[in-house]
Design a protein around this ligand. Structure first.
Ligand code: OGA
Ligand code: MN
Length: 210
């Protein structure tokens, strides 16, 4: 068991091998979960409109996504614990699956009512270095009627899974294999998204980008 986690890392690894994604409720210890939720709700992280892509290819096309995000830098005890828990998880995943995960990056996200993120991949084969995507939801008493589901598709656009963004639910999926979207919600919707990356440094480019 990993400090802070309420599921066995082996369960995640087995699901990744069997189907490429993993969904679990009550994923995180209460005190850490509540601290992260309060931080997100308070807006302390300093949310900014999310961009699409990296570096010079970055745009802020609000027709694709209009959430706002705040990158984590470990500035608070809760952020430090979350990032450490994910680093511990990374070690377990590498030991079980030989994915060669090298680093973890994570941000808070806030979707105001009506906001969405259209169907997208988190990474493109052969290009990007995001290998495993992870989302943790931070919404207490979320009702089905509030919408805001994460919809996971297979590569032929069939719906595989719809996840309601309820407090403590965690989703992980292989970044290059699953198109997914965030449906509009009727209420403010808070989450943490994170990505485990592999290192693609070479002589021309240092990775991860600073
Ligand atoms: C993302 C994303 C899903 C969610 O930030 O890339 O797909 O449910 N988020 O918040
Ligand atoms: Mn995504």
């Amino acid at each position: 068991m990993i400090e802070g986690l309420l599921f066995e890392p082996e369960a995640l690894c087995n699901a990744l091998v069997a189907q490429g994604y993993f969904v679990v409720e009550h994923a995180i210890e209460d005190d850490l979960l509540l601290a992260l939720m309060l931080e997100a709700q308070a807006g302390d992280p300093g949310f900014r409109p999310a961009a699409i892509g990296r570096g010079i290819e970055q745009t802020k096309d609000r027709s694709v996504r209009n959430d706002e995000i705040a990158w984590m830098n470990g500035a608070t005890p809760a952020q430090m614990r979350w990032l450490q828990t994910m680093r511990d998880l990374q070690v377990c995943i590498n030991r079980d699956l030989f994915l060669g995960l090298f680093s973890f990056e994570s941000h808070f996200a806030h979707y105001a009512p009506g906001h969405f993120y259209q169907k997208h991949y988190d990474a493109f084969r052969g290009e990007a270095n995001r290998r495993l995507s992870l989302v943790l939801y931070l919404n207490q008493n979320w009702q089905a009627s509030s919408g805001g589901e994460l919809v996971l598709y297979n590569e032929r656009s069939h719906v595989l899974h719809k996840v309601s963004p309820r407090l403590g639910t965690l989703v992980a999926f292989l970044s290059e294999e699953f198109p997914h979207e965030v449906l509009p919600a009727k209420q403010d919707r808070f989450s943490i998204a994170g990505w485990f990356r592999v290192n693609t440094s070479n002589a021309q480019k240092v990775d991860p980008p600073v």
